[in-house]
Design a binder for this molecule. Structure first.
Ligand SMILES: Nc1ncnc2c1ncn2[C@@H]1O[C@H](COP(=O)(O)OP(=O)(O)OP(=O)(O)O)[C@@H](O)[C@H]1O
Ligand SMILES: [Mg+2]
Length: 223
């Protein structure tokens, strides 16, 4: 029996929900790819998914949300993110967790709190309430926060070939607020957050993540 199954109100049914968070370019995709490779090697069934864009509806919403040429106020964006999240929870997250899968999600509700509340200035209470509605009681078993200072973020984004998304063009102050938001949220949920320095090498980060998963969920990741 795993520790999550022993708790009086299990966070996510029988599966395991592991969420990767952090500002743009903090290394989420890199680490998810690496963890997924490790799980593949050990034939541990898992599912990779992301927000926005984890469902067919979400893919369409993602195009709208990331398009810098399309006007969308912070509140209008919030409802689009929540629409994506609701469909994602109903169509992907809950069914996968009910089947007992390990689910790796590239972003979830904490991104909305960090970007739309801390970054864009929407009410934190409003975002918290609506996040709860969208997730309907679902919560991550572990959030891995890759914390990247703004200077490092600028370097990584300028090195990237593709054009910038709506959020990548928002500037230093905005990202500083988003980063602080993520750190604030992590402090509130220390029990289910792994805070990592995203400037460490990809190899070291991969190792830390694997160690933490083994420590927290020996029943799932142990030998
Ligand atoms: N630990 C690291 N140290 C240095 N560079 C890294 C590290 N991890 C990833 N990178 C590089 O930084 C860039 C962004 O990484 P990645 O795409 O994984 O970030 P991301 O968090 O998924 O970004 P986004 O939010 O935009 O999807 C890539 O060029 C990647 O090779
Ligand atoms: Mg990515």
């Amino acid at each position: 029996m795993t520790s999550s199954e022993r708790s009086p109100s299990p966070p996510s049914s029988s599966g395991l929900l592991i969420v990767f968070e952090g500002v743009d370019g903090s290394g989420k995709s890199t680490q998810i790819r690496r963890l997924s490779g490790r799980l593949d090697k050990r034939s541990l069934p898992h599912l990779f998914t992301k927000e926005p864009g984890g469902t067919p509806l979400g893919i369409r919403l993602r195009e709208i949300l990331l398009d810098p040429a399309l006007a969308a106020s912070p509140l209008a964006q919030l409802f689009l993110f929540l629409s994506d999240r609701t469909q994602h929870r109903e169509e992907v997250l809950r069914p996968a967790l009910d089947r007992g899968l390990i689910v790796l999600s590239d972003r979830l509700s904490e991104a909305t709190m960090a970007y739309q509340a801390f970054g864009a200035g929407l009410s934190r209470e409003l975002v918290a309430t609506l996040n709860k509605v969208a997730l309907d009681g679902l919560r991550p078993d572990l959030t891995i926060l890759l914390d990247l200072p703004v200077e490092a973020l600028e370097e990584r984004l300028s090195a990237r070939a593709e054009g910038r998304t709506r959020f990548e063009g928002l500037g230093r102050d905005y990202f500083e607020r988003v980063r602080r938001g993520y750190l604030d949220i992590a402090r509130v949920h220390t029990d289910r957050t792994l805070l990592l320095d995203a400037t460490l090498s990809p190899d070291l980060l991969e190792e830390r993540i694997a160690e933490e998963l083994l420590r927290r969920f020996p029943g799932r990741f142990g030998p």
